[in-house]
Design a binder for this molecule. Structure first.
Ligand SMILES: [Zn+2]
Length: 247
């Protein structure tokens, strides 16, 4: 049997496990079809890669500009440094220990792993963090003056958040940026990074993807309408929050 992913080789070596007939691999004595949800399996890699390709298909990111992470128990799958997310392959997916950021499979993570880990540590309610330079969110993040609100359609307060903060510019990959994002996402699910792009989080891929897409939609509305915007009133937002979110 061919095992392409070094993560599995490491785990197998550490655990002293053996490949058994009928199942892909044994990790610490547990089969591939493990009941232990916090153990990364080949299926997690496949799902991660499929999702990465999906965000590329949705034009949320191009080339090497975005990154994504997924918490599995105490470990995190994250796109590798310099990897092209829309066409990422298994050998470009890094595995990190959530607590100390240790590399577990020899693949170097995205330079933004600091905020991915920071958000996942702070937010026990989310397992996925996405960061993109999606076209319209990035156009907004590069403005001198921000629109007062992005509450143009009900999807925004319902899925993105009724306010979307902007983290000031810090160099990509810097500790300051990691701290700024982690802090902002304690209270928000979706944020802008000035002169950079968007970050969203979610309990799973579907929720995070929906947030990223609806944030991009709100930004598209803002850009296309220029000065002719007609956002919800505060009362309308309150009504949406009450009826749809029970707030
Ligand atoms: Zn970036």
């Amino acid at each position: 049997m061919t095992r392409k992913n070094p993560f599995f080789e490491i785990k197998t070596a550490r655990g002293g496990g053996k490949t058994s007939k009928g199942c892909n691999i044994r990790l610490f004595g547990c089969s591939f079809e493990s009941k232990y949800k916090d153990m990364i399996t080949e299926k997690h890699f496949e799902e991660f890669i499929n999702f990465a390709h999906k965000v590329g298909d949705a034009n949320l990111t191009v080339c090497s500009s975005g990154n994504l992470s997924w918490r599995i128990g105490n470990e995190v799958l994250i796109s590798g440094t310099g990897s092209w997310v829309p066409e990422i392959t298994e050998d470009k997916v890094a595995v990190l220990n959530l607590e100390d950021g240790r590399m577990l499979n020899g693949v170097r993570p995205s330079m933004e792993h600091g905020f991915h880990l920071g958000v996942l540590r702070e937010r026990k309610d989310v397992d996925v963090v996405l960061h993109f330079q999606s076209p319209y969110a990035t156009a907004i993040a590069c403005r001198k003056v921000m629109p007062a609100t992005f509450n143009f359609t009900a999807e925004v307060p319902c899925h993105v958040g009724d306010s979307i903060p902007m983290v000031p510019y810090y160099r990509p990959g810097s500790e300051e940026l990691a701290k700024g994002v982690t802090q902002a996402m304690k209270e928000h699910n979706s944020i802008f990074l000035a002169k950079h792009g968007q970050v969203v989080c979610g309990k799973d891929f579907a929720q995070a993807f929906e947030r990223a897409m609806f944030m991009e939609m709100a930004c598209r509305i803002a850009v296309l309408n220029g000065d002719n915007l007609n956002p919800f009133t505060d009362e309308q937002v309150q009504e949406i929050n009450k009826v749809f979110l029970g707030k």
